[in-house]
Design a protein. Structure first.
Length: 585
């Protein structure tokens, strides 16, 4: 592995100012592809980052790390053992880092709306609760004194100036690595963040900050951690901010390859298990449509996100309980029962489809939170404070969508097993199915639907597909359907949305507007929901993209007073540390 390259700021600036010499040009091609307009955009951002660093810290030697935004076509399921399909997009976070002689970490931002000259030290952060730090990382981040420090810096949803939340993501990465290798992280850093990933748009700008920070620390402190090791560590690092998701975003950025999508499977909650890569077929494109509604880790947004993951835990518990009670009667071998550890294990390679629907019938549609506590007292006592910062029933959601979460999770697991195979096939029929599954995925999050008058009305279709009668009918049809027929396809788990409810009216509106356009095969929200972007899978061609733009401008952007914001996916290389000849191997 080449040593990370420190160069003075002015030399880096010259490197990324055209005309480029052949070495730099080849590095840009490896990272960003053959389109010179993309190089121009990327080098402009790099120069902006370097110029801002020089303004704050001077022109000394610096190292640069980068992490691209990620696309996710099967979100909310990495922590349930599913395959999740990802791509890396050209927008990115750039981190410029210089050495300090003391133990302070100083953080500034190139964007004016973010506060600059924030600082912390590893020693001070440990002293927030040294006993919890000694016990372990999870104990430390669950400490009330640590949570209070995080909360003071968290940005509210409508905070537009003096934003401080970025430092929590930098702290999460630094502290997680320091907990692993305290003796090696013996000095501080000057750090400058710049980026053009839309903040709060569901493209995981926060995880890109975590990844860029960790890659810089890994190189500077000679930690020797491989990308696959960082995947799990950085999932835990992001728990510092208060969410309890998986490590999918970090894996997408660290393991991504230019020109390919990665279908990554995880072992609950954070460990990387398997990866399959596939090219995106020619003749098709992905459009990235920004709703302009921010999805942020505010207290309210964190509560909504964690409610879904919390529901998954007890949905799995109920499914597994029913499996244990019925496996002998159904002739299911004990090793299948013993090997069922998360929702993704309820799949048709292990269990007959009618049996899976029978198990779903044993799970209530909605479970009041007091009943969750009564039925699973130990799990509730452990999980509620981690997910909601309290176990006080008066402060918790009234209920969790138990059957909806169960079907949502196993439906996504089923989709994850076939999405990359559909892309590898690339035929019109396969891509039509791929697009349809994108829309089905969104329907599990959907809360509203466009009505005949063009307005948005509350949507209950995903709840209607969770009733006892509906699920019993799926069970009976699955028992009778012949493999390969339309009826067999219609009853597969991948065609069932379930319910998670992470969408908002704006996202549902965009999905409905573009879904009726000729050439659009499917559309759905990306990321944690609550705002952000919609991904639309479409046939290639300016006419399709033009129609999408026209309809969205006239029926979404202009009525809301927002500037149009529609990108075409431009695949790039995964995250890394830069040298003059490209990323470190």
């Amino acid at each position: 592995m080449r040593m990370p390259l420190f160069m003075p700021v002015d030399e880096w600036l010259q490197t990324f100012t055209p005309p480029f010499d052949n070495g730099v040009r080849q590095a840009l091609i490896r990272l960003y592809g053959n389109d010179p307009t993309v190089w121009t955009e990327r080098c402009k951002l790099l120069r902006q980052a370097l110029g801002a660093y020089r303004e704050h810290y001077g022109s000394g030697p610096v190292l640069i790390s980068r992490s691209p935004s990620r696309l996710s076509l099967n979100p909310h399921s990495d922590h349930q053992g599913s395959f999740v399909l990802y791509g890396c997009h050209a927008r990115e976070i750039i981190l410029v880092v210089g050495w300090r002689d003391d133990r302070q970490f100083r953080l500034s931002n190139a964007t004016p709306e973010f506060a600059s000259d924030l600082s912390f030290s590893i020693d001070d952060e440990i002293n927030a609760d040294p006993a919890a730090w000694e016990r372990g990382w999870v104990d430390y981040i669950d400490s009330q004194s640590v949570k209070s420090r995080v909360s003071r810096l968290r940005d509210g949803k409508h905070r537009l100036a003096g934003r401080t939340g970025t430092v929590n993501y930098v702290k999460g990465a630094v502290l997680r690595l320091a907990h692993l290798r305290p003796e090696q992280m013996d000095h501080g850093l000057n750090m400058l963040v710049a980026g053009d990933i839309h903040y709060g748009a569901g493209q995981s700008s926060s995880s890109a900050i975590v990844v860029s920070t960790a890659l810089a620390c890994n190189a500077i402190y000679h930690l020797g951690l491989e990308p696959k090791e960082l995947v799990e560590l950085l999932g835990e690092a992001e728990w510092y901010v208060g969410t309890r998701g998986g490590s999918g975003d970090q894996a997408a950025m660290l393991l991504g390859e230019r020109g390919k999508m990665t279908n990554i499977q995880f072992i609950q909650p954070l460990r990387y298990r398997d990866l399959r890569t596939v090219g995106f077929p020619p003749g098709y494109q992905v459009l990235i449509i920004n709703s302009g509604m921010r999805s942020e880790k505010s207290a309210e947004q964190k509560r909504m996100f964690n409610r879904g993951v919390f529901a998954y835990k007890f949905a799995y518990a109920e499914m597994h309980r029913a499996l244990v009670e019925n496996h002998k009667r159904w002739g299911i071998p004990p090793e299948v029962v013993d090997g069922t550890h998360w929702l993704a294990d309820f799949n048709t390679s292990r269990l007959a489809l009618p049996r899976i629907y029978e198990l779903l019938l044993s799970v209530e549609q909605e479970l009041p939170m007091p009943e969750v506590r009564e039925r699973y007292p130990e799990q509730f006592a452990q999980l509620a404070p981690s997910f909601f910062d309290t176990d006080d029933l008066a402060k918790l959601p009234e209920s969790i969508p138990l059957r909806g979460a169960a079907l949502y999770g196993i439906g996504r697991a089923d989709r994850g097993m076939v999405q990359d195979r559909l892309l590898a096939d690339g035929s019109p029929e396969a891509m039509a199915e791929f697009g349809l599954l994108t829309s089905v995925t969104h329907d599990g999050d959907r809360l509203y639907q466009r009505n005949g008058d063009g307005g948005m009305a509350p949507y209950r279709g995903n709840h209607d597909m969770l009733t006892d009668d509906y699920v019993a009918a799926l069970r009976d049809r699955a028992a009778e359907a012949k493999r390969g027929t339309n009826e067999w396809t219609a009853v597969q788990l991948r065609r069932q949305p379930g319910f998670y409810g992470a969408s908002i009216k704006a996202l549902d509106h965009i999905v409905d507007l573009v879904s009726g356009i000729d050439g659009v095969l499917g559309a759905g929200l990306m990321g944690a929901g609550g705002g952000g972007v919609v991904l639309a899978v479409a046939r290639e061609g300016e006419d399709v993209e033009s129609r999408v733009r026209q309809i969205l401008i006239s029926q979404y952007y202009e009525p809301t007073g927002m500037a149009p914001d529609i990108d075409r996916w431009h695949p790039v290389e995964g995250a890394g540390v830069l040298s003059i000849f490209g990323p470190i191997d």
